[in-house]
Structures are given as C-alpha cells and as structure tokens.
Design a binder for this molecule. Structure first.
Ligand code: SF4
Length: 353
C-alpha cells in the first residue's frame, strides 16, 4: 500500500535524519545507522535494518515510506550491452535510466525530472514535455535499484537522462551530497558527472558547493543564433555568459569541463563551426565529446525537430580530425542502445494524462 501521508525517508541527508530521530526521542547515532542502511546497503524494507531495534523500526514504518520507485520494465539492446530501465514513481510517473557497460566501467545515466520543460529540438525528452521534478530519493533510488537488479557494481554516474539537473537544483545537490558522504562506499563523486544546457546561476552555485563534481556542458553550437534555434534556453542564458560560468567552474573546481556536441547536418557541422570551437576553447581546459545525432522517429517529431538530420560518419571524422589539428582534446561517443531508444537524446515516455 502506498500511504499518501507517509514521508519519503530515502533522499534525506544525514542532518535531516538526525533531526527526525531526535524528534522521535531517539538517540542521534541511530541516524548514521539508518543512513548506511539506506544508501550503502540499499535495503528495501525497514526490517532489513538489523541493528535498529524492532520498536524503532515499527515507529519508522508508521511515518516513513522507504521505497520511491518500482521497476516497471527493462530492456536490453541486441546490438550492444546497454540496458534501459523504466521506473514508476509513487505518483505513477514513469522515468528512464540507462546502464552502459564499457570495458573498465559501468555507467548509469540517470534522470532528474519527469520529462523536461526546456524543449531542445534534438532531444526526445524535450519533445515529451514536463511533469515534475524528481525527489532526491528518486534520483538516488535509480542508482540503488539498477545496481541491485543488475547484480553488479555501477562505477560511474552521469546526470544526463531525462530532465535538466540544474533546474531541479536542490534535489540534484542533495543527492550529490548523499553520494559524497564518508558513510557511503559504493560510489565516489569523482566518478559522477552532472550535465547542463546552461542554467548559469546554478553552475555558479554548484561550483561554490565544494562538491567538485565533474561538469558537462551541452553546447551543441558556438553561435548564439544557432543555439537559440536548437536550444531555446540560450535566449535566457546566452553563450558568452555561459562560457564565463564554465570558466569559473573549471577554475573553482580544478577540473576539465566536458563539452557535449551533437552533430546536426548543415547546422553545427560546418567549417565555420570548427573555427568557432577553436576560437572559443583554445585557451580553456575542456574536452569535446562529439555525439552522433540519434533518431527521434519514436516521438514522431514535427516542425524543426522533424527536419533535423544526422551528420554523415565521414563528415564527423573530418570535423574531428580538423579540430584535433587545433590541439583540442576530442572524442567521438559511441552510440549505444539506439535499438531500444536508450541512446543519447532518445529518452522519453509518452504521457497518458
Ligand atoms: S537536452 Fe536536456 S535540457 Fe534539453 S530538452 Fe533534453 S533533457 Fe531537457
């Protein structure tokens, strides 16, 4: 039974748990024990919290709900080893998370919102619209539940699934703070990347948070007029100011920014784009991640989204080689999970209501 009145305990930071335990007249040290059961052991019931007295477990059950997500379904690619999980929240919204196994690591791409309000034209999530932010518990549970279902260790997390993490800043930050706790041994912040299309005030806040998580910038063009067209958020947060924020982040955290660049035929794959990227980044500690554009056909796109086409493999190769001659660090991301609509930019659920 899902009691509407019950409070989600998963997603609470240590200080919140301490406060709640004290309110219940319990000793503060119980909060640390519960924190470890929640996020390190990833238990799914209060009864698994073996060092918590039964009467306290019973008290907790009356106030809190522990599970935030249910596995609705999962699907594995026949071409590569990518697996897509569809989760249902306690409010019956569906979200997607993707597991990408690579040679030396297993990466989870997790979601931070149900849909997304930002309407980037090359992105299936943008085409589905927006319902709500995920809670910090729902963000963390994607990690705990995929680890448990796969029976294998997830080594890396990218906040690049459905939604813009920095539009759900509070819950994104809280989930990172929990992952950063010394009490958790299963993931480290240096293996976590947060991706943003450029919510400038929150890039500064994340830089100042002291969390030093890696930042990826969804750039996709180095010209405002193009960016305005493919990413409407650029009208609010234009390129020059975004680059200033990215520079601040790099200096403040001492880390290299990843620039995400999806290749769109005739739009951002021209020779002038090579010149623009070189001018913009020759003096900045960045690496560019070139992403082949993945089909949006499963969303039946109309308007400008429906006109977008992928850059050919030959042109991508040429584009990358020319940039390499300018001493820019650049890689091409393998398109994984395309046959199950789990590749970059393809995540979407059609709303029923
Ligand atoms: S690219 Fe990111 S910010 Fe843009 S619509 Fe898709 S999910 Fe939202």
């Amino acid at each position: 039974m899902i009691g509407k009145e019950l409070i989600q305990i998963k997603g609470m930071a240590l200080d919140e748990l301490e406060f709640c335990l004290e309110e219940l007249g319990e000793k503060k040290f119980r909060a640390k024990q519960i924190f470890k059961w929640l996020y390190d052991s990833g238990v799914t019931s209060f009864d698994e919290m073996l060092n918590i007295p039964k009467n306290l477990r019973n008290k907790l059950k009356k106030i809190y709900i522990l599970n935030t997500l249910r596995v609705h379904s999962h699907q594995s690619s026949k071409i590569d080893k990518t697996t897509k999980f569809i989760f249902e929240t306690n409010k019956y919204h569906k979200i997607e998370s993707v597991i990408i196994p690579e040679r030396n690591r297993t990466t989870l791409c997790l979601s931070t919102q149900v849909g997304c309000p930002l309407d980037c034209k090359f992105c299936a999530t943008g085409l589905m619209g927006y319902k709500q932010n995920l809670t910090s518990g729902e963000i963390i549970d994607q990690f705990l539940m995929t680890s448990r279902n796969l029976g294998k260790k997830i080594t890396n997390i990218v906040y690049m699934g459905m939604g813009e993490p920095l539009l759900n800043f509070e819950n994104t930050l809280k989930s990172l703070t929990i992952f950063n706790s010394d009490l958790i041994s299963n993931i480290h912040l240096k293996h976590i990347t947060v991706s943003t299309v450029g919510i400038i005030p929150n890039i500064y806040k994340l830089a100042d948070s002291g969390l030093n998580v890696r930042l990826a910038l969804s750039l996709h063009s180095c010209f405002n007029n193009i960016r305005n067209k493919i990413m409407p958020i650029n009208k609010k947060y234009p390129l020059e100011k975004l680059i200033d924020a990215a520079k601040y982040y790099a200096v403040k955290t001492g880390s290299k920014i990843t620039i995400e660049y999806v290749m769109l035929k005739g739009i951002n794959d021209r020779n002038e784009d090579i010149k623009g990227l070189t001018k913009l980044f020759s003096q900045m500690p960045i690496k560019i991640n070139i992403i082949p554009f993945n089909s949006l056909k499963h969303m039946n796109p109309t308007g400008f989204s429906g006109e977008l086409e992928p850059t050919s493999k030959e042109r991508i190769k040429e584009f990358v080689e020319k940039l390499r001659t300018k001493n820019l660090q650049i890689t091409i991301r393998d398109s994984q999970g395309e046959d199950i609509a789990a590749a970059c930019g393809q995540l979407a659920i059609k709303f029923n209501n």
